[in-house]
Design a protein around this ligand. Structure first.
Ligand code: USQ
Length: 395
């Protein structure tokens, strides 16, 4: 079966992706430096439940399924580690396993600092975000250029690269007619945080590499993800993904459900008209899988908008309120001063057909889906810390 390498395999999306592909019979290797969990400790952020280390999780997975996920703990900003992943020469790094072959057919690149508030928190974290994200992407590009040009790169980008322009958002590219001549260009980007800006820079680096060296790249412009369970994590609760509800690493839907469970008024920022495209964690897995099955061509930067439906912050609060009340929770909605610099009322009309055209079948945020999230979150109610929900990291 095909070999797949997952960079950032310990994160919210990385670990579920690893189990998903392993379950389907792929030969999976994950790499991670524990950035996310170490940052949670450093920042004293709340995690809904403790998560075994990546090595422990891979062992649990092996015991329960008989399948192997190979784990490498290491820092991908170090070029030697990144390059060794594409030559199969792991003698000088932290490889836990000895039988990684190298030359993966696909590499999924999640190995980035993913939080907008983290990137704006202070100079140190801004610098960490820029250096980590850009270095890992540059190291990956050069390793592939030098050793493995047929490997398909699936890169996690973000819808936030586009910002909230007053025109319809296309999937990555736009045709422009200017002074009687026509051309196709990357859709204009204007991010609202330093984190999102690093994703724009990643896209630029990848586009350069595609033009210069004919690499094959799929860039997934993903919106905020929600969810806890995937079929693979349902095998054993110790396989559940890392789940944050704090202001730094938690995303809005996950946060609001946790808030509703403990009767903390939902933290809608400002007027609440901020609209984004959302998707279920299970659809992230599907999108990556369908992208893997239908790779980009050589010399192609293929861009998909990875969202399934759009909501404003107010609409999300209303759904959480309705579902929470039906389940007997004491839900209230608050509007607090927006710590971010962002449009609170704006036009938002993105296109998102491409992934459906290659076979993705969307899951939507139904009341049943939200109820099942409420039930899991409520089972960890004792662990929820009010003090990490809102600290007010200002832009
Ligand atoms: N928001 C609230 N209240 C909260 C938290 C968020 O009103 O308690 C609002 C924010 O102001 C924002 C929207 O909800 O307008 C989304 O915020 P978020 O924290 O859920 O997501 P964001 O910071 O945009 O970042 C997340 C992921 C990031 C990913 C991005 C996709 O952390 O990795 O790239 O979603 S997107 O938003 O499309 O750029």
């Amino acid at each position: 079966m095909s070999e797949i390498l997952i960079l950032g395999g310990d994160g919210y999306l990385g670990w579920p992706t690893a189990m998903y592909f392993s379950n389907k019979g792929y030969n999976v290797t994950v790499v991670d430096n524990y950035f996310r969990r170490n940052s949670c400790v450093e920042l004293d952020s709340g995690m809904l439940y403790p998560v075994p280390t990546l090595i422990e999780r891979a062992k649990i997975w092996h015991q329960l399924t008989g399948k192997e996920i190979k784990v490498i703990i290491g820092d991908l900003t170090q070029p030697d580690l990144m390059r060794s992943l594409f030559t199969g020469n792991l003698e000088y790094n932290w490889a836990v396993n000895k039988n990684y072959s190298g030359a993966p057919a696909t590499v999924v690149h999640y190995a980035e600092q993913p939080s907008a508030p983290y990137s704006i928190y202070n100079y140190k974290y801004a610098d960490t975000t820029l250096t980590n994200n850009l270095r890992v992407t540059n190291n990956l590009i050069w390793a592939i250029k030098d050793f493995c040009r047929d490997t398909h790169i699936i890169k996690l980008g973000t819808m936030g690269e586009y910002g909230t322009p007053d025109i319809d958002i296309e999937e990555g590219w736009i045709d422009i007619e200017h002074k009687g001549r026509k051309g196709t260009f990357l859709f204009p980007r204007q991010a609202g945080s330093l984190y999102h800006t690093t994703k724009i820079m990643d896209t630029d680096l990848l586009w350069f590499a595609v033009r210069m060296w004919d690499l094959c790249v799929t860039d997934l412009m993903q919106g905020p993800v929600y969810g806890i369970q995937t079929p693979e994590s349902d095998i054993d609760h110790r396989l559940r993904t890392i789940f944050n509800y704090d202001e730094i690493f938690g995303t809005i839907i996950n946060r609001f459900i946790v808030q509703a469970v403990i009767g903390y008024p939902l933290t809608v920022y400002g007027k609440g008209g901020q609209t984004r495209g959302y998707l279920n964690i299970n659809d992230t897995l599907q999108c990556v899988h369908m992208s893997e099955k239908t790779p980009a061509d050589k010399g192609e930067l293929r861009i998909f908008n990875q969202i399934m439906e759009t909501f404003s912050a107010n609409e999300i609060a209303e759904i959480v309120d309705r579902v929470g009340r039906n389940l007997g929770f004491d839900v209230n909605i608050d509007h607090i001063d927006n710590p971010r610099k962002e449009a609170e009322e704006h036009y938002y009309n993105p296109t998102y057909q491409g992934l459906i055209e290659i076979g993705v079948e969307p899951h939507y945020l139904t009341d049943e889906v939200m109820e099942s999230m409420f039930k899991v979150v409520a089972s960890y109610r004792e662990n929820i810390r009010e003090d990490v929900i809102f600290k007010g990291v200002k832009w």
